[in-house]
Design a protein around this ligand. Structure first.
Ligand code: IPE
Ligand code: IPE
Ligand code: MG
Length: 227
């Protein structure tokens, strides 16, 4: 990679479009979510070779509780299964799991499973951050309360209390499914992130799609307000 090319270190993805994927195929919504998990698995396996230090995935928002109970239950079951089946692979591949969002208010068995996974992967060097019961407004309010306990709030002071505090700055945000909105994801962290809205439904999103996004990112000029 020459000096005009930059490597994205932290990439975040809003994994959207499972429902529409299933609908187009006349399949139950659950199958869209199942295929969505498959897409996650393939991506996590492939990022090892892409030079990314931190991959953040939006899996369940603080607003997704508004969905029908059945669907929320299905998503939680998929989460349970995913952690159970993929934890050994994370450990073997030097992945450090991180959770962003208010995960402690998920079901107690999931919280226990997640905490065990956090502990078991704590020595890993590549971060896989999963956003669970995550909403930026909630995150910023929690951080602001913690920061105000230390005196007048500053940007640096608040940032230290965000769920992403020990992660590299966000370089690239990708949303699949063609929707062009952030849906309460990483609002603070997106201040100078590059963004890409991809017209592919999440279950169809492959490592090749991600590589194409990284190639586009590599030649973007980032200015941060300077010239
Ligand atoms: C993303 O797919 C998965 C979650 C939000 C959990 P959706 O379920 O939002 O799929 P669409 O947007 O209805 O197609
Ligand atoms: C954002 O997608 C949340 C996740 C991908 C987990 P949604 O499908 O919930 O967002 P909206 O409702 O279309 O904005
Ligand atoms: Mg959606």
């Amino acid at each position: 990679m020459d000096s005009d090319h930059q490597q994205a270190k932290h990439v975040a993805i809003i994994m959207d479009g499972n429902g529409r994927w299933a609908k187009r195929k006349h399949l139950p919504r659950l199958m869209g979510h199942q295929r969505g998990v498959e897409a996650v698995r393939k991506l996590v396996r492939s990022v090892e070779d892409m030079g990314i230090d931190c991959l953040t995935l939006y899996a369940f928002s603080s607003e997704n509780w508004k969905r029908p109970e059945d669907e929320v239950g299905d998503l939680m079951d998929l989460l349970r299964k995913f952690i159970k089946s993929d934890l050994p692979e994370f450990i073997a591949h030097d992945v450090r799991l991180k959770i962003i969002g208010d995960y402690k208010s998920l079901a107690p068995d999931i919280v226990a499973q997640l905490e065990d996974a956090l502990e078991q992967t704590s020595k890993g060097s590549r971060i896989l951050a999963v956003a669970l019961n995550y909403g930026s407004h909630d995150e910023i309010v929690r951080a602001a309360n913690a920061a105000s306990a230390e005196g007048a709030i500053t940007a640096e002071g608040l940032e230290k209390h965000l769920d992403t505090a020990d992660m590299p700055p966000l370089d690239l945000l990708i949303r699949t499914s063609g929707e062009v909105r952030l849906s309460n994801f990483l609002l603070w962290q997106c201040a100078y992130a590059e963004m890409s809205f991809v017209d592919v439904l999440w279950p169809d999103f492959t490592p090749e799609h991600l590589q194409a996004e990284l190639d586009n990112f590599a030649v973007r000029e980032r200015r941060y307000g300077a010239r």
